[in-house]
Write a protein that binds this ligand. Structure first.
Ligand SMILES: [Zn+2]
Ligand SMILES: [Zn+2]
Length: 427
C-alpha cells in the first residue's frame, strides 16, 4: 500500500457478470492460485483483500466493447482487491482500486499516447473529477428522459448510473483494463503530475463535460441535457484573448456564423494535431469545423422513420424552433405531409437525421426544389453545420491547439471551465 492510501479514494469498478467466474490469484494474495466460483454456491458478498501492494489477479472471459464491432472476450489482469457479489443467477465481479491507479489505466486506454502532455494532464483532471463524482452515486433511475406532448418529442440521454458499483469497465463509463496492458508513460506522467487535482465549484466537484470540436463557440448544459444551469459551463468564443460571441440563437445570427469560418482554437486542419488527439482518426475527415450534409426529402423521410418510428410522409420542411447560444438546435420542427412534430434535444436531432449521428445540431437548413426529367418535383435539403459533438465544456481539438500555442493544462481548464477552481481532492 502507498503511504497516503488512507486519504485517497478507492473506486468500485464492475468488471463482469456471469453464472460462473474463474479468477486466478497470481500474486500478492494470502493464497495464490486459480479459484472457481459459482452463483449457486455463493451466499453473500465475498471481499478478497490483497496481502501486499503489488497484488495481481486475472479474471477469465471478460467481454470488452459490448455492443461494438470489436466485441470480444479475453482474460484481463487487475491490481487491488476483488469482490464477488451474488446477483440473481449471476456473480458480479468488482475490482476495488485506488483512483489514481484507475486513472493511469483509463487515460492509457482512452487517449492517444501521442497527445501533447498538457492535453493529457487536462484530461486527467477531467477524468478524476468525473470518477470522484461517481463514487457512492449509485441509482436505479434511468437518465434517458423524455417529455412528450401531442406535437413535441423532447428527449435527452445521459449516462445511466450503476447499482452495485461506482463505474463499469466498459465504454459506457470509461474503458478500464486494469494492468492487462502496461500503462503508457505519457498517461502515467499526466496522472502523477496532476495527482488529486479536480475541478470544483462552490465546494462541489464539477460535472466536467467535453466534446471533440465546439465549432468556435461552446454550448450550455440545458441545450443538451436537463434544464439545470452550471455556472462553470458557459457559452463563449473558443479563443484567447476573449472576443464577444454574436447572438447565435437567431436564424440570421446562426447563418452568418455557420457560413463563415471565424477564428477559434478549434478552427484547424492541422492533420498531425488532429491525428494526435483523436483516437482512430480518419485523416481524410478534417471538415468538421464546418461541414454539410445533403439528402432528398424522401431520403430524410426514410431515415427519420427508421430512427424514430415516426412516419412524416413527405418531408415538407425542417425549421429550427430554438437554438442554444452556440447555435446548436435544441428544438427542430419537422413538417411532413402526414405529421408535424417538434423534436429535441441536441442528441435526438443528430440521431434521427443521420445513419450514424450528425456531427452536431449547430446547422442551418437550406431547401431547394427542382423538376426531374420525368416531371416529378424533387425536394432536397442541405444541412450546413459547425462543430463535432455537444460543444459543452472542454473542446478537445481547441485544447490541443492551445497546447501547440504554448498554454498549460491550468490555462486550458480555466478557459473551458470559467469559474471552476482547480484544487486537490486529497493529498
Ligand atoms: Zn458504466
Ligand atoms: Zn472549439
Amino acid at each position: 500500500m502507498t503511504s497516503n492510501h488512507n486519504t485517497r479514494s478507492r473506486l468500485a469498478v464492475g468488471l463482469m457478470s456471469a453464472p460462473e467466474v474463474d479468477i486466478n490469484f497470481i500474486s500478492g494474495f494470502e493464497s495464490n492460485g486459480p479459484r472457481h466460483f459459482e452463483a449457486g454456491s455463493l451466499e453473500s458478498r465475498l471481499l478478497i483483500e490483497p496481502a501486499s501492494a503489488d497484488s495481481v489477479f486475472e479474471v477469465g472471459g471478460i467481454t470488452i466493447g459490448v455492443g461494438f464491432h470489436w466485441q470480444q472476450r479475453q482474460a484481463q489482469r487487475f491490481a487491488g482487491a476483488v469482490e464477488l457479489v451474488p446477483d440473481g443467477d449471476n456473480i458480479v465481479v468488482i475490482n476495488h482500486v485506488d483512483v489514481e491507479d484507475y486513472l493511469c489505466s483509463v487515460i492509457s486506454s482512452e487517449m492517444n499516447a501521442n497527445s501533447p502532455l498538457e492535453f493529457l494532464k487536462a484530461h486527467a483532471v477531467i477524468s478524476r473529477s468525473w470518477v470522484l463524482r461517481q463514487i457512492g452515486n449509485r441509482h436505479t433511475e434511468i437518465n434517458d428522459t423524455a417529455r412528450c406532448g401531442a406535437d413535441e418529442i423532447i428527449r435527452w440521454y445521459d449516462r445511466e448510473d450503476h447499482t452495485l458499483f461506482d463505474v463499469c469497465a466498459d465504454d459506457h463509463c470509461q474503458r478500464y483494463q486494469g494492468v492487462t496492458r502496461v500503462s503508457t508513460p505519457a498517461a502515467v506522467e499526466a496522472v502523477k503530475s496532476t495527482a488529486g487535482l479536480v475541478l470544483t465549484h462552490g465546494g462541489e466537484i464539477c460535472d466536467a463535460r467535453f466534446s471533440k470540436c465546439c465549432g468556435g463557440a461552446t454550448e450550455i448544459f440545458p441545450t443538451c441535457w436537463d434544464n439545470e444551469e452550471h455556472p462553470y459551463l458557459k457559452s463563449f468564443r473558443d479563443i484567447l484573448p476573449p472576443q464577444p460571441l454574436p447572438d447565435l440563437t437567431t436564424e440570421k445570427g446562426a447563418a452568418k456564423w455557420i457560413l463563415s469560418r471565424p477564428d477559434a482554437f478549434c478552427n484547424t486542419s492541422d492533420k498531425t494535431l488532429l491525428g494526435n488527439v483523436l483516437n482512430n482518426f480518419d485523416r481524410t475527415t478534417t471538415d468538421f469545423y464546418r461541414w454539410e450534409v445533403t439528402a432528398t426529402a424522401d431520403e430524410f423521410a426514410a431515415l427519420i422513420l427508421e430512427k424514430s418510428g415516426l412516419d412524416f410522409g413527405e418531408i415538407v420542411d425542417m425549421t429550427p424552433v430554438e437554438r442554444g447560444p452556440s447555435g446548436r438546435i435544441c428544438r427542430l420542427k419537422i413538417t411532413g405531409s402526414r405529421l408535424t412534430k417538434t423534436i429535441g434535444k441536441e442528441l435526438e436531432i443528430r440521431r434521427i437525421l443521420s445513419p450514424s449521428h450528425l456531427y452536431s445540431s449547430a446547422f442551418i437548413v437550406e431547401k431547394s426544389e427542382k423538376i426531374a426529367d420525368n416531371g416529378k418535383k424533387i425536394t432536397t435539403f442541405t444541412l450546413r453545420g459547425a462543430g463535432w459533438g455537444h460543444g459543452v465544456g472542454l473542446c478537445q481539438i481547441g485544447a490541443a491547439a492551445m497546447c501547440d500555442a504554448g498554454y498549460g493544462f491550468r490555462q486550458i481548464l480555466e478557459h473551458y471551465y470559467p469559474e471552476a477552481t482547480i484544487q486537490k481532492a486529497y493529498e
